[in-house]
Design a protein around this ligand. Structure first.
Ligand code: SF4
Length: 418
């Protein structure tokens, strides 16, 4: 989401006549986009802001802006912490900066910026479709920083995706904190399945992904649409966060372990070729060994294609931070995460090995270590050492010959699939 926000701001600045510099030190304007989802992310941003403040000492005329989730409704404390920052902007609230740049350049903001679509996208592009989130998961800072859910209209999204396709994009990922709740806040009676149908009709677009889903909103209609719409890829990221009902309740996640298991069964029945990835937090306040074992068990049982595991990180201001003691020692959090990762690695190794001999349609994104790489429809990383021509930005068929827990490797059997 942050990358997509940065791309949109860059597009607007480009339309206002600014040009990109390779080094931040040489620029007249530096914008740092921040993530505070975990303490480690916040530490990285703080370090980066400190470095930028140091550079600014030699170039006091340089404008330094901090935007993103580090910036809450009140930026007084941030101003004290980072006195050389000239402007603080909340996530997706670009107007204060754009208005100032327009005034400095004596141009009309409205007249200059026709849309915020990425001005120089690659083959694959992220498109935010919802701003904010209506949930208050007890560990999460996002609703406090991005506000409540606000869906964009289908018309607005289709218009942006059409512009991106004209600029060469073949794959888009529709983004929302709870993407499957798309449309629930709009006056029209529309949902994610309706939006996918409209986006699927855009000529020239080859693939559609969506991220991140919430188990409470994944309806049969949305699941069916994955089957029915040829451009929608067979992959769902469905965060469970914990496999124990008591922990889920304390996390304020409004579903049970049983509900989640039945949902995964239903998805796999309707879309047999689907892969499902998940997010898990270990070491949530009060999580006992037995409760953690329930999480480990669900990872073993459901055989996800990928697990994004994280150790609980106390975020000041959240419900958990205010009401629960961060009482799981760092060493135990780390051990639990390692246990999840080890089980998942074994699952991925086995499942990827089972793919050997299969044919996969792969959108080639680039070249790394003398091999082309891209992702298949199930969001798996696929490499090919087929070296004969430039495959970048094309969709090819690859026969899988080798695997590891993290990727598949094979030979190109057909080119120009899209
Ligand atoms: S649904 Fe996601 S974004 Fe919303 S509060 Fe929960 S974890 Fe945060």
């Amino acid at each position: 989401m942050n990358e997509a926000d940065s791309d949109k701001l860059a597009s607007a600045l480009d339309q206002l006549g600014l040009t990109k510099k390779d080094n931040a030190e040489d620029a007249d304007l530096v914008v740092l986009n921040s993530c505070v989802v975990r303490q480690s992310a916040e530490d990285k941003v703080s370090y980066r802001v400190s470095i930028s403040q140091e550079f600014k000492k030699d170039r006091p005329e340089q404008m330094l802006v901090l935007m993103g989730c580090m910036v809450g409704p009140n930026s007084e404390n941030l101003q004290k912490r980072f006195p050389s920052v000239d402007m603080f902007m909340r996530p997706q609230d670009f107007n204060p900066l754009l208005e100032q740049i327009a005034e400095l350049n004596d141009v009309d903001l409205e007249g200059c910026i026709s849309n915020y679509a990425h001005s120089n996208p690659g083959i694959s592009c992220h498109v935010p479709i919802i701003k904010g989130c209506d949930f208050m998961c007890s560990f999460c800072i996002i609703p406090y920083r991005r506000g409540r859910q606000e869906s964009r209209t289908i018309r607005d999204i289709v218009s942006e995706v059409s512009i991106l396709v004209d600029r060469g994009v073949k794959e888009i990922t529709l983004l929302g904190q709870t993407v499957d709740a798309y449309g629930h806040d709009l006056n029209e009676d529309v949902d994610l399945a309706d939006l996918l149908g409209h986006v699927n009709d855009i000529t020239g677009l080859e693939r559609i992904r969506f991220l991140t889903s919430h188990p409470s909103f994944m309806s049969e209609k949305i699941i069916e649409s994955i089957n029915e719409l040829p451009k929608v890829c067979e992959h769902i990221n469905l965060p469970i966060q914990a496999g124990n009902d008591v922990v889920l309740e304390r996390m304020r996640r409004p579903y049970t372990n049983d509900h989640y298991r039945r949902l995964v069964d239903d998805i796999r029945k309707i879309v047999p070729s689907v892969t499902i990835s998940t997010d898990i937090i270990v070491g949530f306040p009060g999580e006992s060994d037995e409760q953690f074992q329930d999480t480990l068990k669900i990872v073993e049982d459901l055989e996800f294609s990928k697990v994004h595991s994280a150790e609980y990180s106390n975020r000041p201001g959240t419900i958990a931070s205010r009401q629960l003691k961060d009482d799981i020692p760092v060493r135990i959090k780390r051990d639990r995460r390692k246990m999840i990762d080890a089980v998942q690695e074994t699952i991925q190794e086995k499942n990827n090995r089972d793919s050997v001999g299969d044919l996969h349609s792969v959108l080639i994104e680039g070249r790394r270590k003398e091999q082309w790489y891209g992702r298949n429809r199930n969001d798996k990383l696929v490499y090919t050492s087929t070296n004969t021509k430039n495959l970048r930005n094309s969709i090819v068929e690859i026969k899988i010959e080798d695997s590891s827990p993290w990727s598949l490797t094979g030979s190109v059997t057909k080119t120009n699939l899209g």
